[in-house]
Design a protein around this ligand. Sequence first.
Ligand code: NAP
Length: 293
Amino acid sequence: MTTNTITLNNGVQMPGLGLGVFQTPPAETSEAVAEALRIGYRHIDTAAAYGNEREVGEGIRRSGLERSEIFVETKVWINDYGLEETRHAFDKSASKLGVEQIDLLILHQPLSEDFARTLDAYRALEKLLADGKVRAIGVSNFLPAHMKRLLAETTVQPAVNQIELHPYFQQRDVQKLDNQQEILTQAWSPIGGITAYAGGEKRTFDDPVLREIGQRHGKTAVQVMLRWHLQEGRSAIPKSTKPARIAENFDVFDFELSLEQIAAIDGLDTGVRSGPDPDSITLETYGRDIPEA
Ligand code: NAP
């Protein structure tokens, strides 16, 4: 596989490998985005809750590229769930980003304590899609129970489910349902950054199996993880603020993992989540107001 294009279930084309900007400080965001776009990235993943949508927009404008060449993905935070609230969340994000249309707008989390509100938020996304304000809609951190309920109670199939997914936590049950429903699984923390910054004992970066596979291809463990996602048909959005790493993470289109190597990486799954359990996300514990544009 040498191209970076994935076709979503509604026919929209999306670059599979993009740049993530969670925890990228606003002051460093525009530079990181512009650098990524200079190198060849064409997809940026941000979120209202990251507090850096404005700087993502600045980076896009600094790149000098046409708006139509860049795929912009952002997420609605739980405080903005609801028919009217989510409509307004689009206005806030689009204004901060400085764009008329968002390529992919997704719900950041299922709000299990008030799933009716989550469903209304999704219905607002459906309306935004019908009105041409967004090109595709989706969800994040949806477990099979959330997804089944969403599919039963709404109309438009989500294009994407963005979930924690790296060699140590592969969520095969979620991927299976996504595949059955033609929903693209998009990996967050695709290189296992969360196994390092969440303070766990085992970091994907140091994994001997990944390193050994990398050595055989003249690549790093990180590049092996990204290649693994792409060959298994997923989107991946690694984050870095460092130019050398931004470049390293995009230099994955000139080698191919063997079936045995893919199987070895599949075998690294521990089944242990590093990020929060989606059902633990409540307005009380994680709620925060998203400022107006
Ligand atoms: P990640 O991309 O797996 O890892 C990022 C971490 O790895 C950073 O600490 C980065 O540090 C470091 N890094 C990057 N490239 C490296 C390289 N080549 N070698 C060694 N270290 C490297 O983790 P993530 O940021 O958690 O996830 C990626 C994106 O997914 C986020 O930015 C965000 O867009 C999205 N996300 C979504 C959710 C959600 O709930 N939907 C949750 C988390 C993340 P430096 O910046 O210092 O290079």
